[in-house]
Design a protein around this ligand. Structure first.
Ligand SMILES: [Mg+2]
Length: 282
């Protein structure tokens, strides 16, 4: 890419760009095309894995960087930026910048849990790919990709509120934490969708030599539906909360430059982006 984009769009996938139930994004396609024509990058920022993202970005037709596992790492296609991005290692055809501890360390913590917490959840590492397929509603092949976590362990919660608090304390004592996503809780080291987004935004600015101003381009838009999106929604220049069928809009500190969509999933995604485009052209 060569043009300095006016905006960079960071988007959650499940329940945001993709439908919560069947993962389709039909309703967002015309808007995605519009952004592509305007050279506005769409950067997935999701709890999904590198293995999943490689497939999904191709299905969506994105050739952009993406952020995996709730901000654990940023992957950038090797030919995307003019310069090699700072502090990255090469993985396949990508540059990778990671921000947190690996999954093996998390599984070690979980193997040493007090017995009072052992029946409170079941983790992906304890499930067969058939079980993961059933729980996620994915095909067996997609479930296999979803299970290839590098930085986190998704768990299905079975316990009570007290156990949830106990587990949160146990994890936080070990520098790890638990985030509630659309379907699962995700246990990881310190990850933050907002922090990874800011790192990548800064990289865009360095690569294109632009300042953070509307005239210089590179304003950030973030879209998300759930609690694990709060960090990126708080730090974006414009935040779009997609309506969820599961819960009310998660509470944000910000009130400025905040859009809450009336529609859900990809319909809401298109609604939010189109509202911003309309405002921008006023
Ligand atoms: Mg979501």
């Amino acid at each position: 890419m060569s043009d300095v984009p006016a905006f960079v769009v960071f988007t959650d996938l499940d329940g945001t760009l993709l439908d919560h139930f069947d993962y389709n994004f039909e309703a967002a396609k015309p808007t995605l095309l519009q952004l592509q024509h305007a050279s506005i990058p769409v950067i997935p920022n999701t709890s999904k894995t590198f293995a999943e993202l490689k497939v999904i970005t191709e299905q969506i037709g994105l050739n952009t960087p993406f952020i995996v596992e709730n901000g654990a790492a940023v992957y950038i296609p090797r030919d995307y930026f003019p310069q090699v991005p700072q502090g990255c290692v090469q993985i396949d055809e990508f540059w990778c910048k990671s921000f947190t501890i690996a999954r093996d360390e998390i599984l070690d913590f979980l193997n040493q849990l007090p017995s009072s917490l052992c029946d409170a959840f079941i983790g992906f590492s304890q499930m067969s790919s058939d079980q993961i397929a059933l729980e996620t509603g994915l095909s067996k092949q997609d479930a296999l990709l979803a299970s290839k976590k590098q930085f986190s362990e998704p768990i299905k919660w079975l316990g009570n509120e007290r156990q949830k608090q106990q587990l949160a304390i146990y994890l936080s004592d070990r520098g790890a934490n638990m985030l509630e996503g659309g379907r699962f809780f995700h246990i990881s080291g310190q990850t933050n969708k907002g922090h990874a987004m800011q790192w990548l935004t800064n990289e865009f600015r360095l690569q294109f030599g632009v300042e953070h101003s509307i005239k210089g381009g590179l304003m950030t838009i973030a879209l998300g539906d759930s609690y694990n999106d709060i960090d990126m929604l708080e730090v974006a220049d414009v935040a779009v909360q997609i309506r969820s069928h599961k819960h009310a809009y998660p509470r944000l500190k910000r009130t400025e430059s905040l859009i809450q969509t009336s529609q859900m999933g990809p319909e809401g995604w298109a609604e939010g982006i189109n509202q911003i485009i309309k405002e921008f052209h006023k």
